[in-house]
Design a protein. Sequence first.
Length: 329
Amino acid sequence: MVLVTGGTGLVGAHLLLHLVENGDTVRAIYRNITSIQKTKALFLRYKKESLFEKIEWVKADITNIPSLEMAFENVKYVYHCAALISFDPKDEDLLRKTNIEGTANIVNYCVAKTVKKLCYVSSIAALGDLKGNEAIITEEAEWNPEKQHSDYAISKYGAEMEIWRGQQEGLDTVIVNPGIIIGPGFLEQGSGILFKKVANGLPFYTKGVTGFIAVPDVVRITIQLMKNEYSNERFTLIAENLIFRDLLNAIADSLNVKRPYIHANPLLMNLSYKIDWFISNVFGQKRKLDRATAKASYAKNWYSNEKISSTLDTGFLDIHHYIKDISKL
């Protein structure tokens, strides 16, 4: 039995689809029945709705220890994809509870139930920081607590510490650190928000650089790592390092809408997060931009995929071509 957490999110839903396609016996946890409909809609999008019925759904919450007991019954492999993504400083406690404590609960159950292997879907946000003489971020980069990180990044780094603790307790683990994941559906999550904003006429772009990867590559590589002998390792998963402007232009072109046309330079981005803070505090709205996120939007971070490329001798989908493909789905 394979257990998937976060099966109602972009990566988890695609992972469920591929696992059942390959004949695995799969169980997924959910918190409310409405969230399952997102996954079902994805199966319908790919015209594979009959496969959806092969998933065993169990109501549970990774932050509620007793609820996980039934979910782990007879489980041998776990893909831990569940996480909270938020860049609102007010969500700091919730981020820590979900991403760190929730992961600790998953690790504890894996150890107690003698699970054979656990894969944790982390993020490039949890990778280390460059030193003065370095230019490309790899799996070996050391986390510098003195540098500014978003609360989300800190929570994912803390979650990885729980995974390594599980390893010390005898659990076989593997961590994947994807870049920004591009995929269809889920317009209220992750990269889906970018598609939604561009479709609605997003005027701003930045010239920051970061790593991107298509969701099929994340799923394919993750399954390969789980089903082979690789363990107690972490792998950066990116296909390309892209300028945000170029990515937004590609999305706009695929949707046949106007490209973003105003350069949001560092000065404008820093002003924007201050305005966002003011609006949030005066009108009680949820924060959309914090200082760390504003800085990340114009930072130029280059990531290496050399380790995973050489380990699996694998290639990646071209991001620009993939954006065109999913716009047709």
